[in-house]
Ligand binder design. Structure first.
Ligand code: B3K
Ligand code: ZN
Length: 876
């Protein structure tokens, strides 16, 4: 693929007015007729040809105003159809006929089949695999879709918008027509046809319109869609209340399919979901599954306004819809659950996924300026950092002005395809603030590092903070400008109360937000009666790394007294991380691992603190992951030492807290029927965290095996199985539990994915052989993305010791898998390959093996654009 540059953007020469599509569905010979009405844009040269996009198309007909086009007037290549001699000003109709084979479409882009159901995925550039088309997000048109199919195997025929009607065709086939009155880009087109079960409900909008809600799932799975339906209704209500957004069609449909490249897709009025994010019941779904379903149902629904009604001018603007919509779904979940616990989970995710991306060879700005393969830019930087940037706008402007800016955005740009600049301009207009420097967050990649040191002057009663920001170099960006960093900050006094400064100089401050705007800044707080303990980045107000020398005692003070609960968690987590880094170094040099007493006391005190909600306490007990430790160390990483150091710390905490944990296991047990609400989930999380420590403290598998037998829901069951498999992999108890679990859930794909994933994360070098064995298990299915992600993806992303074997076998295994997957499904292959994005921070022996494996991929012939883009950037 060629490199696309933002600066080359220009509008199309032709305006597309409307589209009529007719599909005659067949597994291997689907006929598509696309009738498109265009006119030449004013000012465009009368000789300019119409150039349409295509991808692996077989064209069987081409008409201009219903007349066959002479061959001299058009040219079709692999990826374009160019038509000349078109009317100067009058509208004209182009009719393209193509023939597709959904059954053999293994890329899962365009029209494909999954479990005998026809379905589509068009974002980003899948529509061009259906017909020749101006396949770009700034071409908005009104669509009519006619679907013809065999009535017996495809009784259900769905597309975007409102149902127009349908009829029997008398030959065993039937048809249905759909009309979507809202102009949309092609990436939001969807079609589904097949035989599915349905769950129905209704929602009455704030203005009193009744909307039909339908969730389609495989027959027999209807009861498992109830939670998704509930989440949908809550999302619709929340968007009315929080953002003033009402739904705009008569019907809203969700279809769950089992073969899908990602989580879900926000097609107008017809969302298509990976069934992993729809189906749930207590027996088969964990609390995390429920939370994900709630978040993703909301996310896709929220796209109806942020993405669909207002869309992106070009794919460089992806964060315009994704960053904003993630922010919206985060706020939704925070309102549905505990805001603090949600924020902790977001920050953990951001640090473990986005920070490494931003620190490695794949780093790119939230709003990139070039790409080779757009599918590779659906990244955690665009999504999660994009959400953090939106959150910072809200922090800087405050709630009311942020809302005013959002309202203006909806009012100004409804029905348009716009840019990040348009978005930011709305907040500038609403607030009168200049956000030019702030906008660097969209343009400069890399996680800013803020270093801070403080000094207290007892005579003057002033406290002075010296702050410095540095933004590390990233690919293509060596020098960076200082950014506007909104840093929420509190000064705690020794009794735990908060100091109220009489004056602050050296920075703009609004409430507790200190606005850092210079490379170096000295901020002085006056009227501080005694040496304060600064608590930085409350609520994680800015997505930065922070280096500040702070004693364990100072951190413990924050952990005990901060009013910002997030900051309390952060203090303990930072303490733990510092200690884990030290433990890794000790383990690497074969010294005994030491565990800081203040940390253990802090953890145990928080764990037992009844004033705090259980979910929060479970977050405190969950130590930074091995990947977090590696990121903190930054270079020359030895995953085995990190693992050994962390295990030793877990054992020390387990030994010190035995009584606390035993008590918690008792206290947090739940009786009565399973409820997936946040509070019950929090109790299960705390109980399981405590149970984990009890199991670490034991050398025998009884406790875990008993927990496995006693479990009456998937959260507890999969947790117990994980404890058994990870801590006692080769015992009879584990072998038996794995067999029982497999047998019990053999016909539930989503649960079997967990069975694979749990085994893929067993620490240690021996797991690679286990993975190989599992790949020949009859339940393994190399063409199902969820299954491949569960086994191969989980191994590469989440098993630091297994994957990063010192002999490099893990990398070579992955290289072969990537090549194998790439031949069928490039998007899936490219995504799994990003698991190697931090390879340069490994110690030399491993790094050399990793490079060798990457080079092996790079050398292979017939690499997809997706994989070659990733591998080239990783080796650069
Ligand atoms: N917009 C889709 C993602 C499409 C990914 C294309 N490779 C789902 C979402 O973010 O809501
Ligand atoms: Zn999205």
């Amino acid at each position: 693929g060629q490199i696309v540059h933002l600066e080359d953007y220009r509008p199309t020469d032709f305006v597309l007015e409307r589209v009529d599509l007719t599909f005659e569905l067949d597994p291997t010979e689907t006929k598509v007729e696309a009738r498109m009405i265009f006119h030449r844009r004013e000012g465009v040269s009368p000789s300019a040809p119409l150039v349409l996009d295509g991808d692996e198309l077989k064209m069987t007909g081409l008409l201009l105003d219903q007349e066959e086009l002479p061959a001299a007037l058009y040219e079709a290549t692999d990826d374009t159809l160019t038509i000349r001699g078109l009317p100067e000003t009058a509208p004209f109709e182009i009719t393209v006929t193509t023939v597709l084979s959904p059954e053999t479409n293994t890329k899962l882009m365009g029209l494909y089949r999954t479990s005998d159901v026809y379905c589509t995925q068009c974002e980003a550039e899948g529509f061009r695999r259906i017909t020749y088309f101006p396949d770009r997000p700034d071409v908005l048109a009104v669509y009519t879709v006619n679907i013809i199919a065999d009535k017996a195997t495809a009784p259900l025929l769905l597309s975007n918008g409102n149902y127009l009607g349908g009829a029997d065709m008398g030959d065993g086939r039937h048809f249905a027509s759909w009309f979507d009155p809202h102009p949309k880009p092609s990436y939001l087109f969807a079609l589904v046809a097949g035989d599915l079960g349905v769950v129905e409900d209704t929602f009455t909008t704030v203005s009193g319109r009744e909307v039909a809600l339908r969730i389609y799932v495989e027959h027999g799975k209807e009861p498992r869609a109830a939670y998704a339906m509930d989440a949908l209704k809550r999302s619709m209500k929340w968007d009315e209340e929080a953002f003033g957004r009402e739904y705009d069609l008569d019907i809203f449909m969700i279809v769950a399919v089992s073969d899908f490249n990602m989580g879900a897709m926000e097609n107008k009025g017809l969302n298509i979901f990976n069934d992993k994010y729809v189906l749930a019941d207590p027996e088969t779904a964990t609390d995390a599954d429920y939370a994900n379903i709630e978040a993703i149902i909301a996310h896709e629904y929220f796209h109806n306004w942020t993405g669909n009604r207002i869309t992106c001018r070009d794919w460089f603007q992806l964060c315009l819809k994704e960053g904003l919509t993630v922010y919206r779904d985060h706020e939704f979940s925070a309102d549905m659950r505990s805001r603090t616990v949600k924020r902790i989970a977001e920050v953990r995710h951001l640090k473990s996924e986005q920070f490494p991306e931003d620190a490695g060879p794949l780093a790119h700005p939230v709003r990139p300026t070039k790409y080779r393969e757009i599918n590779n830019f659906y990244t955690t930087t665009v999504y999660e950092k994009g959400s953090e940037v939106t959150r910072m706008i809200a922090t800087i402007l405050g709630r009311d002005l942020f809302k005013k800016g959002m309202d203006l955005y909806f009012e100004r740009h409804d029905g348009q395809a716009v840019t990040i600049e348009d978005f930011v301009a709305c907040f500038e207009a609403a607030s009168g603030r200049d956000l030019t420097q702030f906008s660097l967050w969209y343009h400069q990649a890399g996680t800013p590092l803020v270093t801070a040191s403080g000094s207290y002057d007892a005579d003057k009663q002033t406290y002075t903070l010296s702050l410095e920001q540095t933004i590390p170099p990233t690919p293509g960006q060596s020098a960076k400008k200082p950014m506007h960093i909104p840093l929420r900050l509190g000064l705690l006094l020794q009794d735990g109360s908060e100091a109220i400064p009489t004056a602050i100089s050296g920075a703009d401050v609004t409430a507790d937000v200190v606005h850092l705007t210079e490379r170096k800044q000295t901020v002085t707080f006056s009227g501080i009666p005694s040496r304060p303990v600064p608590s930085f980045n409350r609520d994680f107000s800015a997505p930065i790394n922070l280096h500040v020398e702070q004693s364990a005692e100072d951190r413990a003070l924050i952990a005990r007294h901060e009013v910002d609960l997030f900051a309390r968690w952060q203090a303990l987590n930072t303490m733990a991380l510092d200690n884990l880094v030290k433990a890794a170094a000790e383990a690497r040099s074969a010294q005994p691992v030491t565990c800081d007493g203040a940390l253990v006391d802090g953890l145990l005190a928080a764990a037992a603190e009844e004033e705090l909600e259980p979910a929060f306490r479970s977050q405190v007990l969950s130590l930074p992951s091995e990947a977090d430790i590696a990121r903190e160390i930054g270079s020359d990483n030895d995953p085995d030492a990190i693992h050994a150091g962390r295990q030793a710390m877990l054992a020390a905490i387990a030994a010190a807290g035995r009584d606390t944990f035993a008590l918690l296991v008792d206290k947090m047990s739940l009786s009565g029927p399973f409820r997936p609400d946040a509070e019950s989930a929090g109790r299960r999380a705390l109980r399981n965290a405590a149970l984990s420590y009890l199991v670490y403290a034991d050398d025998r598998p009884e406790k875990a095996a008993n927990a496995f037998r006693a479990a009456n829901n998937m959260t507890d069951l999969s947790h117990a199985l994980t404890l058994l498999a990870h801590r006692f992999p080769d015992t009879d108890e584990t072998v038996e539990a794995l067999a029982v679990f497999k047998k019990r859930f053999a016909d539930n794909a989503l649960v079997i994915d967990k069975w694979f994933a749990i085994q893929a994360t067993i620490p240690g070098a021996a797991t690679l052989d286990r993975i190989r064995t599992l790949m020949s298990d009859p339940l393994f299915n190399a063409s199902n993305p969820n299954r491949v992600r569960a086994l191969v993806g989980t191994f590469a992303f989440a098993n630091a010791t297994g994957f990063n074997r010192a002999d490099g076998e893990g990398y070579r295994f992955l290289a072969h898998q990537i090549l194998d997957i790439d031949a069928r499904n490039p998007q899936l292959a490219a995504r799994i390959l990003t698991s190697m994005r931090s390879w340069r921070s490994l110690e030399k022996v491993r790094a050399d093996h990793a490079r060798g494996a990457l080079e092996e991929i790079a050398r292979a012939s017939n690499l997809s654009a997706d994989v070659s883009d990733i591998v080239d950037r990783m080796l650069k």
